[in-house]
Design a protein. Structure first.
Length: 279
């Protein structure tokens, strides 16, 4: 693994070459972007909060054309999209990809070369040919209705965004919401779908809290945890985390601004967080 640190416009970016053609980029917040360098073009998977100039970091790594793909529409994954004229994502991600969590995010977005960048839709089953690699898009909505996973078939990588990770998966609903249990059912079905294709990849690459995760451990534990939630047997741990974004984030359309107090439930390596009904 090769590590490089780059300061651009006063902001420090860390980057790690963890495979011959795969860079991990981050400027903090345990928030990872992945730069996959193909033969004919490169793909940037998520673009971060938008602070600084992620395009300058990417162009230090490759001079190939870059396709920006968002795993979903939350701003910590789409904030840097405006460094390019177009970004690609699941259809539902188009609804909120330009909404920051707080006013400062809107300011960063407005300063980008393409603040009103074009969006393109990646449907389930779409294949992207990079010359020496084919990426397959898998729709896995739960944390976000537009969530997608990206399977790099030859390199055996699976990028899962915020749907499967080692910190927690946020289900942005109350336990009493009518669509809470259907969302958990979708999350379990997504894990089962990915596990059914386990022979096609060697590791999970989520967007937060570490990468190179063991698929068998995490996917099986999430399937078990989803089942416990559906059965009503999951043991809740109230007030264990706080994602209390500023109240004025609500005005910019952020779901996080009203998230409030949360409940965490766990099974093995898997953890899911949802909104407390008492809030």
């Amino acid at each position: 693994m090769r590590e490089e640190n780059t300061t651009i416009h006063g902001l420090l970016y860390g980057s790690w070459l963890i495979r011959p053609n795969l860079w991990v980029l981050s400027n903090g917040w345990q928030n990872f972007q992945y730069l996959f360098v193909g033969e004919r073009q490169a793909v940037l998977i998520d673009s971060g909060y938008g602070e600084g100039n992620i395009r300058a970091v990417v162009e230090e790594k490759t001079n190939l054309p870059v396709m920006v793909i968002n795993t979903h529409g939350h701003f910590d994954h789409t904030g840097g999209n405006g460094c390019w004229p177009k970004a690609w994502m699941g259809e539902a991600s188009q609804l909120d990809c330009k909404h920051g969590f707080a006013p400062i995010h809107e300011q960063w977005a407005a300063q980008k070369p393409f603040p009103d960048y074009e969006t393109g839709v990646l449907a389930d089953g779409t294949r992207i040919d990079l010359g020496n690699e084919v990426l397959e898009i898998l729709a896995i909505p739960a944390h976000h209705d537009g969530s997608i996973a990206i399977l790099a078939q030859k390199n055996r990588f699976l990028f899962t965004g915020d749907e499967f990770e080692s910190g927690q998966v946020l289900i942005l609903k109350r336990r009493s919401d009518p669509d809470f249990l259907p969302t958990i059912m979708r999350h379990r079905a997504n894990a089962e779908r990915l596990l059914a294709r386990r022979s096609e990849y060697d590791a999970l690459f989520p967007a937060h809290n570490g990468y190179l995760l063991d698929p068998d451990c995490y996917l099986n534990d999430f399937i078990a945890l989803d089942g416990e939630i559906l059965a009503g047997t999951a043991q809740a741990q109230p007030n264990t985390v706080g994602f209390n974004f500023p109240a004025d984030a609500v005005a910019s359309g952020s779901v996080f601004g009203v998230f409030g107090k949360q409940i965490r439930v766990c099974h093995g390596a898997a953890s899911i967080v949802y909104r407390d009904d008492s809030e």
